[in-house]
Design a binder for this molecule. Sequence first.
Ligand code: FES
Ligand code: FES
Length: 169
Amino acid sequence: MQTTLKINGESWTLDVDPRTSLLDALRHHLDLTGTKKGCDHGQCGACTIILNGRRINSCLTLAVMHDGDEITTIEGLGEPGRLNPMQEAFVRHDGYQCGYCTPGQIMSATGMLDEVSQGWPSHVSASLEGDVPLSREEVAERMSGNLCRCSAYPGIVRAIRETAGEVSE
Ligand code: FES
Ligand code: FES
């Protein structure tokens, strides 16, 4: 079945089995292997991408459902020698060890900061309105869908808070 995806600003038309997940389409049909497969069940966040401006788990949706949709993967944020601020902050704050979860963490953090900028509250936000200060608790709650088996969470939280303009510790 044919589907056209706009990925990192480029249009790709694929002929895929309708059962192909978006994650497998990215990794196996387009060689965009920066997006990782951890659980393949929506539990770990390793496969997080931005779809039409919202962060999603790409393992939980089918490629053919996204004809014409705009997708950003980790490859679209930056590359070696030209990292974006979130990627730089992860490096600076040791926000990883093995690095397997890192693309998903960075994509999720990018989508999460956009949600914060739009004033979306989280379960732990003190108020449902107004600016949301990105405390450690806020970041932990909003990133709770992204697991790190290496437990690099302190560095991940520092990197995200610094990128958001919160005080770095
Ligand atoms: S691989 Fe998609 S959530 Fe784990
Ligand atoms: S850095 Fe190893 S799983 Fe997160």
